[in-house]
Design a protein around this ligand. Structure first.
Ligand SMILES: N[C@@H](CCC[C@H](N)C(=O)O)C(=O)O
Length: 289
């Protein structure tokens, strides 16, 4: 089967975008893995499918698959690229759209400067909803919140890390580190992703607080590995930093692929994420059966 695609990136987190507004492509997990493969396919961290509105009051459905072929609930950098795509392709009626995801409705909006702001909804702290199994663990109190001590096995050595746990529609564990460039992202990242206390696995964020309005962040993404940026990871890190008393309500997040700005007023307020969204190229690919 031959299909058309658009390659996009948001702060270096890269995507293959597929237009399924007129016809479902009915792709298998193996097809998504081929599209994401950097040697045998196009190369991407996630595959984003644009589908027609599934319900009154929303404009589109946004379906996300990780590079490993698994479907996931949310993708923040992808949401900005999704908005840029539907506007540039003339599929959207205005600059502000409502989009159904597996974890709820999000509202991206194109800004005059070309960046995109997304209302990502409120963070979720209910541990079973993340999901995170805290049975038998004692929380370590910080700010108005707490962190959890997890035992990890990394290169046959036992290590303990303190993580803040929350959902931005998808699960996140956030660790504070002194220097993000020296952080053991490729050692601790996969150990946290597959830790048995996270039954759906987890995205692991390594956050260095520069000052109350700026952090540096690297994220080991579930189903992908380290990416140049993770939008929901940036939201989760800033929310965690605010609740732990380290950050103010508006924070610039430096990632290896670019700058994101995250705003959160606390409580049930939605998290707002602003950042770039660009088309890289378009083409056709023959999918293996
Ligand atoms: N790149 C993303 C997150 C994509 C999904 C994530 N890997 C997961 O499995 O939850 C972002 O920008 O948020």
């Amino acid at each position: 089967m031959r299909i058309r695609f658009t390659k996009m990136q948001g702060a270096g987190n890269d995507f293959v975008v597929l237009d399924e507004t007129r016809q479902r492509l009915e792709l298998s997990p193996a097809h998504y893995r081929q599209l994401a493969d950097r040697h045998f396919g196009i190369g991407a961290d996630q595959i984003l499918s644009v589908r027609p509105s599934p319900a009154p009051g929303v404009d589109f459905e946004y379906v996300i698959h990780n590079a490993d072929g698994g479907q996931v609930e949310q993708c923040g950098n992808g949401a900005r690229c999704f908005a840029r795509y539907v506007v540039d392709k003339g599929l959207a009626r205005g600059q502000r759209i409502r989009v159904q995801t597996l974890s709820g409705v999000i509202e991206p909006q194109l800004n005059p400067d070309g960046r995109v702001t997304v209302d990502m909804g409120a963070p979720v702290f209910d541990l079973p909803a993340v999901p995170f199994d805290a049975a038998g663990l004692s929380p370590h109190r910080e700010g108005d919140w707490h962190q959890w001590h997890l035992a990890l096995e990394v290169d046959a050595e036992s290590e303990i890390v303190a993580v803040a746990v929350l959902s931005m529609g998808n699960p996140h564990a956030v660790l504070e580190v002194a220097d993000v460039e020296q952080a053991p992202v490729h050692g601790q990242g996969p150990a946290i992703e597959h830790h048995p206390r996270f039954p759906k696995r987890v995205n692991a964020g390594f956050m260095q607080v520069v000052d109350r309005g700026r952090i540096r962040l690297r994220v080991w993404e579930r189903g992908v590995g380290e990416t140049l940026a993770c939008g929901t990871g940036a939201c989760a890190a800033v929310v965690a930093g605010i609740r732990l008393g380290r950050l103010d309500a508006r924070v610039d997040v430096e990632t290896r692929g670019g700058l994101l700005t995250i705003e959160w007023a606390g409580g049930d307020a939605p998290v707002r994420m602003t950042g770039p969204a660009m088309t890289v190229f378009e083409g056709e690919i023959e999918l293996q059966e």
